[in-house]
Write a protein that binds this ligand. Structure first.
Ligand code: SAM
Length: 351
């Protein structure tokens, strides 16, 4: 099959093997990439129209007990200035975000044992009471099924937990031995069973990643059918052992966004901050490749500079209102409209 035929095949909802997908990723041309983006965008428009959903991202703690080798806030990085937001500071972000039109709040943090289940339940139920029309997304790592159930019962609706890579060997090269792909995937299954809109995802161009690994990621996404997929380029952080590794590329990330849309047309697909970090208009290009979600940072400015997962992260100095306005304008300039909406997963099929 030619690359074009493979892309058409995926767009028809047909499967490809790991070998065929890896071959496509290895040999794609700029023409193939643009062709896939066009088909992906048509599918996004079919399910979500030309609407872009904004999520208000609150990075509420940068303490983390884990030591993922790629991550700037890993436990072993002694150069990080650690912070935890107080509940009232978190609610103040939601207040501001609600007034600015956000209808989803994403609470993201390192795996911080200080925020035990009781504290998370308290945060979630307070936000649920105060903003009944908003979705609450958690992104706080690996927990037991009981903990996930407690947060869900308190009012959380969605959970983001990137699988990072679907290949156990590759997983071991990116993480210390205490962390396993098996447990990561167990968490994702538990989240889906409980009823969360669940998000997995991976970095593009992470150290040791092969085209076969990315093909395995695509097959996993096709099979697991998460409601959300978060992907972005790997970007090195100067205080990690991967400091001298190459960052993932714009073109590879855009192509993968399009392939994910073709494989799983209804998925909620963010154009991530990391994509906007490697190229100034990366998020807009992500939308044109099939993404339909953007997650502006609404954390207090003085804390943002300490939530550095990778070098040169954008938005760490920005005024939230001003950067939101600029982003809305640049999205309007490519023909899309930011809407004030929860932006839930589209459950219905549309032919
Ligand atoms: N602790 C939670 C977890 O494990 O899911 C959420 C926070 S974690 C820092 C969020 C995501 O950041 C990770 O899943 C990873 O894919 C991404 N990330 C970390 N370091 C990165 C880097 N150097 N470049 C790009 N993305 C990175």
């Amino acid at each position: 099959m030619t690359n074009r035929e493979k892309i058409d095949w995926l767009a028809k909802g047909q499967l490809l093997s790991e070998e065929e997908l890896a071959g496509l990723l290895r040999s794609k041309t700029e023409e193939d990439r643009l062709y896939a983006a066009g088909l992906a965008r048509t599918l996004t428009d079919r399910y979500y129209g030309r609407k872009i959903y904004f999520r208000g991202l609150i990075e509420f703690t940068n303490y983390c007990k884990n030591n993922c080798y790629y991550c700037g806030i890993r436990a072993g990085n002694a150069n990080v200035v650690r912070y935890r937001m107080k509940p009232e500071e978190i609610y103040a972000c939601c207040d501001w975000g609600y007034r600015a039109g956000f209808r989803t709040f994403v609470l993201q943090g390192g795996e911080d044992p200080y925020f035990d289940d009781e504290k998370i339940v308290e945060l979630v139920s307070t936000i649920r009471d105060r903003y009944p029309d908003c979705a609450i997304t958690l992104s706080i790592g690996e927990k037991s099924k009981e903990s996930y159930q407690r947060y869900f019962d308190a009012g959380a609706n969605r959970y983001l937990l990137r699988h990072e890579t679907a290949c156990p060997e590759h997983y071991r090269k990116l993480h210390p031995p205490q962390l396993s792909l098996e447990n990561r995937l167990r968490c994702l299954r538990d989240l889906k069973d409980i009823g969360y809109q669940t998000g997995c995802g991976m970095m593009v161009g992470s150290p040791y990643q092969t085209e076969e690994n990315l093909a395995q990621d695509l097959l996993y996404i096709g099979e697991f059918r998460p409601e959300m997929v978060g992907i972005g380029p790997f970007i090195p952080h100067h205080d990690t052992c991967f400091r001298d590794c190459q960052a993932g590329t714009l073109e590879d990330t855009l192509f993968l966004l399009s392939l994910i849309r073709l494989i799983h047309p209804r998925v909620l697909l963010p154009a991530t901050t990391a994509l906007g970090t490697i190229v100034a208009d990366g998020r807009e290009q992500g939308i044109l490749a099939g993404a339909n979600v953007v997650m502006p940072n609404i954390s207090p400015t003085d804390m943002r500079k300490n939530y550095l997962l990778y070098d040169n992260k954008i938005g760490t100095q920005d005024d939230a209102a001003e950067s939101q306005r600029r982003l809305e304008e640049s999205i309007a300039a490519i023909g899309y409209q930011v809407v004030s909406d929860r932006g839930d997963y589209c459950w219905e099929d549309k032919v």
